[in-house]
Design a protein around this ligand. Structure first.
Ligand code: ZN
Length: 284
């Protein structure tokens, strides 16, 4: 599963990546960029840090910016990118780590052709990837933002506190996700973006903790099929649920509390994992 976060600076992408990486239970490695502050608190550069704590500065604040400087303030040390960042990420790839993180895929990093090539490799390989990418749609960034394997998620003030749990749930189901067909993967991506967009954070998490598993573990049984409706029984984690899909109106009626706004979900009904799983099954 390849997820790239995007947001304007200061929205908290790095905090989210830190939280997911710290709590991810499998093998992991990658690179994060940390700002360097002087004694007055002014930013003097950025350093790249790998999972073992090895670090090398790759951006330096300068009074004499070169032609390739970032914003006329920071010179980029291409040698640090090519000979520290790229080998560190290459090593993660060759070690077949389950989760590789790249914070960030930004303007400075994009100066390195070897870095961009390595990101292409990481997007096509078996590893899960969690990265952050430049917010603006710069031409070089589009091949990554629009990559068929990439789920591009905007980080917002509304969703940022929920994203670590949702992303962790997603990465734990990476194998089941990988086994879905292309249309199902696209549906998962669309569900996730929709739920984040409309504030259904419970639904976004249950997409991974429940719905994908119901499909991959064949927990869904068709109990009735007519022209106007199709009924399903889903063997849920606590008990079985009955769901009816009214084909004429393309609407779903489930007997669970979440979809009906009952019990602990009384304030805010959300799309339930039973509906999501049936929608995914119909794309099989
Ligand atoms: Zn339900």
């Amino acid at each position: 599963m390849k997820i790239l976060l995007t947001a304007s600076p200061g929205t908290g992408k790095s905090t989210i990546i830190d939280s997911v990486v710290r709590r991810f239970p499998g093998s992991k490695g990658g690179i994060v960029a940390r700002e360097i502050l002087n004694e007055s608190g002014e930013r003097t550069g950025f350093t790249a840090v790998d999972q073992n704590g090895a670090a090398r500065q790759f951006m330096h604040r300068t009074e004499s910016p070169d032609a390739a400087s970032i914003g006329g303030l920071f010179n980029v040390d291409l040698d640090a990118l090519d000979n520290f960042v790229v080998p560190a990420l290459s090593l993660c790839r060759s070690q077949n780590l389950q989760l590789i993180y790249v914070d960030e895929i930004g303007r400075a990093q994009a100066r390195s052709a070897a870095f961009l090539e390595l990101v292409r490799v990481l997007l096509s390989a078996d590893n899960s990837l969690l990265g952050s990418i430049v917010f603006e749609d710069e031409p070089w960034s589009l091949e990554f933002k629009q990559h068929a394997e990439v789920i591009l998620l905007p980080v917002t003030l509304a969703n940022r506190s929920f994203l670590p749990d949702i992303l962790l749930a997603a990465y734990k189901e990476a194998d089941a996700f990988a086994a879905l067909n292309t249309r199902q993967k696209q549906a998962v991506s669309a569900f996730l973006k929709h739920f984040l967009d409309c504030g259904q954070f419970m639904a976004a998490r249950k997409l991974f903790t429940n719905a994908i598993g119901y499909v991959s573990e064949q927990k869904i049984e068709i109990t009735e099929e007519k022209a106007a409706l199709k009924s399903f029984r889903i063997s849920g984690q606590s008990r079985a649920h009955e769901l009816v899909w009214h084909r004429d109106t393309d609407s779903f009626v489930c007997d669970c509390d979440l979809s009906n706004g009952r019990g602990e979900f009384a304030d805010a009904p959300e799309v339930c994992s039973h509906q999501m799983s049936v929608q995914l099954l119909e794309l099989a």
